[in-house]
Unconditional design. Structure first.
Length: 416
């Protein structure tokens, strides 16, 4: 089939390449011409898609990248994988709206449009579908098919591959569901149909809200058990010996990335907007996690005070600035807030991040985690425990470490 994947980011590019590999003719559409030039040159900027895979589908002609909307004509299935950010706590769906209009201009009878972008329940049927109908002059469920299938991308996850992760699928009617399920059956090992788009939209938000709330509970507990004199990490390990009724979550400097700080707030906003009541769990969880960088900074300041070092004259080394272990993504990483707070207190803050290119912009002076740099710091903060860090060396040379990941132990180490 002729497939369009609109949006060639961390969600769209893996889908486009996989669809091309299984035999479809795929057009990767993106409004960013720089991205399109990179893709056309066979240079992948998404960690889960090796450049060798991208070049292979380019060479066979199964995949092409374009910023020209005219190249979308004639598609059988179009999948929307564009960003859905929050703006001042309100979902910004303008990317979906714009993309739906563009696809609607090329929509023909018998074609299918699937939304994968994470959003609140009702978006597919109440926002996207009317735009497609208005732009095309066709009727959804009669002339063309529509559905929602949430992305479940986990960058760098070595246990669950893209195609090995079960895929939720839905349609606005039985025929739409059959077509959409048939498409994804050829890409994923397992598809899971649900009764409609609203269920699939809510399911995606439940997945991420579950994680946010549990992480926030553990994070808040970590700020309290330190003062109680109890090792929360040992307690979590002990609780984890129960073979049922417990899911392990661990503390950290806050949540980041494209999902946890954003997606649950879509649900909270929708509930307030439609029902006029708060989703208290989400609002509390968001508040706890937004303040975790403050807790990290306070631990650093207190430790420096005990050693007679004013934070305004301290040299501080932050290790691991991405939001996730071994990842290359800085989006919404709590490390940026930690650096901002420490810099605001007058500290000389430096950051070591081995997983992103040297050209990437950081909010702090970039250094390598060498023995000399570690030894020169008054405080070292391990924010993300990348495999490329030499943790024994860091522990050996550091004057003092705040370990937010419980990877080191010793007289000069405190854990979050």
């Amino acid at each position: 089939m002729q497939i369009v994947v609109a949006g060639q980011g961390y969600v769209g590019l893996p889908l486009a390449v996989r669809a091309a590999e299984v035999g479809h003719r795929v057009v990767g559409y993106d409004v960013d011409p720089h991205r399109v030039r990179q893709l056309a040159a066979g240079d992948s900027y998404v960690e889960d898609v090796a450049s060798t895979r991208l070049r292979a589908v380019l060479d066979t002609g199964a995949y092409s990248a374009t910023a020209d909307a005219g190249a979308l004509a004639g598609y059988d299935i179009a999948v929307i994988t564009v960003p859905t950010p929050l703006r001042d706590g309100v979902p910004d769906l303008t990317y979906i709206e714009s993309c739906a209009r563009t696809l609607g201009e090329h929509l023909r009878p018998g074609a299918t449009v699937v939304l994968e972008s994470t959003t609140y329940p009702g978006t597919t049927e109440e926002l996207m579908l009317p735009i497609l109908e208005e732009t095309s002059g066709l009727k959804g469920g009669v002339d063309f098919h529509v559905g929602f299938s949430p992305e479940r991308i986990a960058p760098g996850n070595r246990r669950w591959s893209f195609e090995g992760t079960p895929k939720l699928v839905s349609g606005i009617d039985a025929t739409s569901l059959d077509v959409i399920k048939g498409f994804y059956d050829g890409i994923f090992h397992t598809t899971v149909p649900v009764s409609g788009p609203k269920v699939a939209e809510l399911a995606k938000l439940i997945e991420n809200t579950f994680r946010l709330i549990n992480i926030s509970m553990i994070n808040e507990l970590a700020t309290l058990t330190d003062r109680l004199g109890v090792n929360i990490w040992e307690a979590i390990d002990a609780a984890g010996t129960k073979p049922f009724g417990f899911t392990r979550f661990t503390p950290g400097p806050g949540v980041g990335g494209h999902c946890l700080p954003v997606d649950p707030l879509f649900l909270s906003w929708k509930i307030r907007e439609d029902l006029g009541v708060p989703f208290r769990f989400v609002e509390l969880a968001d508040d706890v996690n937004r303040h975790m960088p403050d807790c990290v900074v306070q631990r650093v300041v207190d430790a420096l005070d005990r050693r007679g070092i004013p934070v305004s004259r301290a040299r501080i080394l932050l290790l691991g600035l991405t939001y996730k272990i071994n990842a290359t993504d800085l989006r919404n990483s709590p490390s940026a807030r930690v650096a901002e707070l420490l810099t605001g207190l007058g500290a000389d803050v430096r950051g070591a991040e081995p997983n992103i290119p040297d050209s990437a912009e950081l909010t702090v002076r970039r250094v390598d985690a060498t023995p000399e740099e570690v030894a020169a710091a008054d405080a070292v903060v391990l924010l993300m425990d990348h495999e490329r860090f030499d943790l024994p060396m860091i522990q050996q040379h550091a004057a003092w470490v705040l370990d937010c990941r419980n990877r080191m132990a010793g007289a000069n180490v405190e854990v979050l």
